[in-house]
Design a protein around this ligand. Structure first.
Ligand code: FRU
Length: 374
């Protein structure tokens, strides 16, 4: 082969190699592009399916509520109020869960206060601890054009529905568990940060600054859970008190009992836990019962929050709980605020209620008041 032919052949081979490499690049770039597009469209499809599922569940809950309304005697496609009742104050009241002692009491108190005002027509709904059901209730109250909405939301996932109701022009009173942001008319509740700090102070004093603690926290997606916990931890800083175990009991007694069983089995030695802080009394009482099953109730101090007379306070009296901090439900103020709003009066954006500490020493004197901070 002549040198010219050899050079031509080498150039030809080089060109072929370059072409093959370029083709390889093109094929992998195309494959990458396709995979990215497929992933994006799969994600979009998943999001759309999720959205459709949420909408279907809200629609289902609304249909169930409509059926409930019809069973209660209303007529289909008519607003819940009849013409004769048009001058009444229609208050839509959505309770996140009627199945807990503190909320049962709130319901009784709301109904009792509303009953003192014959002009009030109270439409009460129970969301049975389901956020989607509660969202549907709010939407139904908005489309039924109630005069005022009172809501004790399950958690912050109610924020958008509350904002929507507020923006539609309906005054919204949020009770107890806060939502995010400011799109509501008035929030009524006790200062959970103050309660958390007071529990911490009381624990440090009671344990003389040293010991091991179990904390049973409220549902993580609720603001009172965070607010009752953070200042409690702050109060323990630079003391000899350690939080050995903390768990989310979702505000539910059964869950609290399970979590306490877990705390006990992780710390099996007698005397390894000095105190349990239950973010509500049902949790503190359930923890006591779990400790009792394990024969360890006498070595542990139990403290809770709520102080219902027939629950937490009674348990302090019986020596089950060493202390409980009152969490007033604000039912009377909610009704009074709804009436003021109906009259067109201005109401504060936030009404903060005080608390009260009950211990064995002061329970028979009605506890020690701890006023809300101004
Ligand atoms: C009831 C409850 C109370 C608690 C409050 C906090 O659902 O768990 O026991 O104090 O909610 O929002």
């Amino acid at each position: 082969m002549t040198p010219t032919r050899r050079a031509n052949a080498a150039t030809f081979v080089l060109l072929v190699v370059i072409l093959v490499v370029l083709a390889g690049f093109a094929v992998s770039a195309y494959a990458l592009l396709r995979a990215t597009r497929e992933r994006a469209s799969a994600e979009a499809a998943r999001a759309a399916a999720q959205q459709a599922q949420v909408q279907a569940r809200v629609a289902e809950s609304m249909a169930a509520l409509e059926a409930e309304r019809l069973r209660e005697g209303a007529t289909a496609n008519t607003p819940a109020a009849s013409t004769a009742e048009a001058s009444a104050i229609r208050i839509g009241y959505s309770q996140c869960n009627r199945g807990e002692p503190w909320r049962e009491q709130m319901d009784k108190d709301i109904k009792a206060h509303a009953a003192k005002h014959p002009e009030i027509q109270l439409i009460a709904k129970d969301a049975q601890n389901e956020a989607l059901r509660q969202i549907a209730q709010v939407k139904e109250f908005v489309s039924g054009k109630v005069d005022t909405l009172i809501i004790s939301p399950k958690d912050t996932s109610l924020t958008a529905a509350v904002a929507e109701a507020f923006e539609s022009g309906i005054p919204v009173i949020v009770l107890d568990r806060a939502v995010e942001g400011e799109k509501y008319t008035c929030f009524i509740g006790a200062d959970n940060r103050l309660i958390g700090a007071e529990v911490g102070k009381w624990v440090v004093k009671t344990l003389n600054g040293t010991g091991n603690v179990v904390e049973l926290k409220g549902l993580a997606s609720t603001i009172p859970s965070r607010d009752r916990s953070e200042p409690f931890h702050d109060a323990l800083k630079s003391t000899g008190i350690k939080v050995l175990y903390e768990a989310d009991m979702e505000w539910l007694s059964d869950r609290a009992r399970e979590k306490m069983q877990a705390a006990l089995s992780r710390n099996p030695q007698k005397g390894s836990i000095q105190l349990v802080y239950g973010a509500n009394d049902p949790a503190a009482i359930a923890a006591y019962n779990a400790a009792k099953d394990a024969g360890r109730e006498n070595e542990i101090i139990f403290v809770g929050v709520d102080a219902l007379p027939h629950e937490g306070v009674e348990m302090v009296r019986r020596g089950v709980l060493a202390a409980t901090f009152e969490y007033p439900n604000g039912a009377d103020l909610a009704i009074e605020t709804a009436l003021r709003l109906k009259k067109g009066e201005a109401v504060p954006k936030k009404i903060t209620l005080g608390t009260r500490l009950f211990t064995r020493e002061n329970v028979d004197q009605g506890g020690t008041p701890i006023p809300a901070k101004p």
